[in-house]
Design a binder for this molecule. Structure first.
Ligand code: HEC
Length: 128
């Protein structure tokens, strides 16, 4: 009986864990995994470790890699869905490669990381 009770308690606690604080922690975790994927997939070579468009090969590229902080500069949309699609398809006529082999869940993590950079230096709207 004791075991059944603690299982029930555990289910209850995790099931109801979606309060603001744990959502925030989850968002931080997701953006950290997104950053790891960003480095591992070589995005930083062009976009820079902090996504500022200043990676080692950036200066040789035309158009230059996106500085992800610059909300107005996204050609294909700056929401998570749009970025995930851009990663899959690449940007034609630019050095931005297509990554169809990155699974959707990982593309989403990358997009969340990139989106988290957008708000860093801006206090304007929250639109997608
Ligand atoms: C070889 C260099 C290079 C690599 C590697 C690279 N990118 Fe890019 N990326 C670019 C360039 C150049 C642009 C700008 C394209 C343009 O302006 O037409 C760009 C643009 C983007 C954009 C913005 C597209 C828009 O809407 O304007 C996103 C998002 C992006 N890259 C994500 C990534 C991610 C994530 C990775 C790694 C999985 C990655 N890039 C790897 C060069 C690169």
């Amino acid at each position: 009986m004791g075991i059944v009770l603690s299982v029930l308690v555990a289910v209850f606690v995790t099931g109801c864990g979606a309060d603001g604080e744990s959502d925030k922690n989850k968002a931080n975790d997701e953006s950290a995994s997104g950053k790891a994927l960003f480095i591992r997939n070589g995005c930083a070579v062009c976009h820079g470790n902090a996504g500022r468009g200043d990676g080692p090969v950036a200066s040789s590229l035309k158009p230059p890699p996106r500085d992800f902080r610059d909300r107005a500069s996204y050609k294909k949309g700056r929401g998570v869905e749009a970025i995930s699609e851009t990663i899959k398809l690449g940007v034609p006529k630019s050095a931005m490669p297509a990554y169809p082999h990155i699974v959707p869940a990982d593309r989403r993590l990358l997009a969340l990381f990139i989106e988290s950079l957008q708000s860093e230096n801006s206090s304007d709207d929250n639109e997608e």
